[in-house]
Write a protein of this length. Sequence first.
Length: 179
Amino acid sequence: MNSVQIEDKNFELFLENDQINKRTRLIGIQLNVDYEDRCPIIIGVLNGSFVFMADLLKEIEISCEIAFIRVSSYKDTESTGIIKEAFGLPDNLHNRDIILVEDIVDTGLTLKYILEKVRLQAPASVKVCSLLLKPDALLAPVPELEYIGFEIPNEFVVGYGLDYNGLGRNLKDIYSAVN
Ligand code: 5GP
């Protein structure tokens, strides 16, 4: 599909599943090397990261633990900047190596909030792996953001776990909003 319509918005094909998989494979290889013998706790940030997290984990061959947290802050297509809450952060992060897996980093406010919560438990290290990053929207640098799939322009995207008003998460490819 070259384009899709979701409610009032049109989207055009932006990143094909094949491209995403190739990049994910490379990130997986890098994580296997960087975290060998460290048994990291890999934490997926729901909802958006579930597809990326599943594909990424298939590339991880080292011993690791998996967890998910849920954060909600987004309404419509613009970040409210207000983080409502994070649910389900594991309480065993002390002295462990943590990898947070995000679908997309936009302003970076969600990540900042999660990182503060994670740091309270004094982990050995924290790094972030995000499939997408909008560098032009990022409000402040995030030094922990070490593994990035694709840097993208400041446009709204859906598919591959990402939604528009709750829809489109099941699309295999990633689509970008047509203005
Ligand atoms: P931030 O706090 O970095 O501004 O926003 C992070 C969250 O906003 C992401 O986890 C995601 O849920 C949502 N978000 C940001 N940009 C987009 C986008 O282009 N498309 C979709 N579907 N969600 C986005």
